[in-house]
Design a protein around this ligand. Structure first.
Ligand SMILES: Cc1ncc(COP(=O)(O)O)c(C=O)c1O
Length: 476
């Protein structure tokens, strides 16, 4: 299902998950669920929805139900009729009339994006002394400045992974790195192994590259060794994308012995491991550190991604890829089709960051510890029925809701001023409706207020028979 492509009736049925409610209009519930899928990006804009008859057959509803749901979505601006193309997904921003009432500020629980770490301003001031040198050049390039790559190479070498600057490419953050790797290493219909749940934009990037996603489960307690082995043996994936440290969203870390196993499975299956270390330095209290994953594997079969987004500031848009010379060469060749390079101004700041890196990271993890504890305390107090495991690092909680209400919370939360990403966004097949990821990257007062709003939202959802999910029309 690509942007602008056609969504088949069976795919839409899978995405819809448990959408039905008992004793009320099915068309309204269906429209609400499709609207949420559009709002949170699971159905990209310009996607063509199935014809009414096809969807009616797939979900065993009357054609009238589908016609009414589509009409409702047209009225709200989420669907437009395009001659010859049927019903095409849109976002209504452009048509939306300006609201008569001022909207309350929304508490942001949908992104795990912290504000700049204290001390960054001083680092930026220091970096500015080098600005004239940068202004005298074009100020951007495809692989990144040599000094920054030297700093990062040194950092890997200190962590136990000898690295040359030539093995590094500086990117516009880790997401750019994932997208570039997907575009370069994944061919149409290649199998790509991802964790379930995982970081949603990685799912998007591998899908866009034409990869066929296969999954291996991970929970807050970690990876299932047998399922992991089976996934490599059966799917023989071309690429496996893994987040082994403080995994997003579960917070789990893969024990060293299991990392050895993964490397063995990948070698046997001929899989390239793409290891995302974006969250790897967010160690609040894990109690052990490990060498970088790539130490265990050979450089030809391991690509490592890093970023300053969580530790320092996402606004810098500085990430990087570490790989062997061939892969860096291929990425270099492919990159210009999408962008022409990383700005040197931001790279100047990033270079200075590495002088203070340990102190900045310590400040970040101390802050995250405090924010995590506040969020856990508030949730346990106000939503005692939810299962709130405490991760030993990372930037978010993966909360068990005890009922399939995640999409309903996300949908209705918006009307109460809290922005959430529904659990299914972290899976590839509509699962995780019983889970919610809650980042603790916001300010403490926002976390507290956010939990109040969340508890209000949860309370206002009707209690429905087991297995049924409430929809917006149940609660407004
Ligand atoms: C595992 C993972 N990878 C990549 C990213 C994207 O990071 P960046 O802001 O550097 O693009 C995130 C951000 O949430 C993440 O959690």
């Amino acid at each position: 299902m690509n942007d602008g492509g056609r969504l088949g009736p069976k795919d839409l049925r899978t995405l819809l998950g448990e959408w039905e409610t008992g004793g009320r209009s099915a068309y309204q519930a269906l429209a609400d669920r499709i609207r949420l899928l559009i709002i949170d990006g699971r159905i990209p804009t310009r996607t063509r929805l199935p014809a009414e008859r096809e969807l009616a057959d797939a979900i065993q509803k009357s054609r009238t139900t589908i016609v009414s749901a589509y009409r409702e979505l047209r009225e709200s601006g989420h669907l437009v009729s395009v001659r010859g193309s049927g019903s095409v997904v849109a976002l209504p921003h452009a048509q939306e009339p300006p609201s008569a009432r001022p909207q309350p500020a929304v508490i942001e629980f949908s992104k795990a994006a912290p504000t700049a770490i204290g001390g960054l301003e001083a680092v930026i001031q220091r970096a500015m002394s080098d600005v004239p040198r940068v202004l005298a050049k074009s100020g951007f390039d495809l692989v990144g400045s040599l000094v920054l790559r030297e700093r990062i190479a040194h950092h890997y070498t200190e962590r136990g992974l000898p690295t040359r600057p030539g093995q590094l490419m500086i990117t516009l953050g880790a997401q750019h790195a994932i997208a570039l790797i997907a575009r370069t290493l994944v061919r149409q219909a290649d199998r790509v192994l991802v964790e379930a749940p995982t970081y949603p934009h990685a799912i998007d990037a591998f899908r866009l590259s034409g990869g066929r996603l296969v999954t291996t489960p991970v929970t807050t307690s970690g990876w299932d060794g047998d399922r992991l082995r089976d996934a490599f043996e059966r799917a023989r994936p071309a690429v496996a994308y893994l987040v082994p440290d403080f995994q997003n969203p579960t917070g789990a870390s893969m024990p060293p012995g299991q990392r050895d196993d993964v490397v063995r499975h990948a070698r046997r299956a001929g899989t390239v491991l793409v290891i995302d270390e974006t969250t790897a330095d967010l160690d609040i209290e894990r109690g052990w550190t490990d060498v970088p994953f790539a130490v265990r594997a050979d450089d030809h079969h391991t690509v490592t991604i890093g970023s300053l987004a969580k530790t320092v500031w996402g606004g810098l848009r500085i990430g990087w890829i570490r790989a062997d010379d061939d892969v860096i060469g291929a990425l270099h060749g492919a990159r210009a089709a999408g962008d022409l390079g990383t700005p040197e101004l931001e790279q100047l700041v990033a270079t200075e960051v590495f002088d203070d890196y340990t102190a900045l990271v310590q400040r970040r993890t101390a802050q995250l510890r405090h924010h995590r504890d506040v969020l856990v305390r508030e949730l346990r107090e106000r939503l005692p029925h939810w299962d709130v495991p405490v991760p030993d690092g990372g930037a978010s909680l993966w909360v068990g809701l005890g009922a399939p209400i995640s999409s309903a919370l996300a949908l209705f939360g918006l009307t109460r001023g809290v922005s959430l990403t529904a659990g299914p966004k972290f899976g590839v097949d509509g699962a995780f409706e019983r889970f919610l990821r809650l980042p603790y990257t916001g300010r403490v007062d926002e976390l507290t207020r956010g939990v109040h709003l969340l508890a209000d939202t949860a309370r206002s959802l009707p209690v429905l028979p087991a297995g049924q999910a409430p929809q917006l029309a149940d609660v407004v």
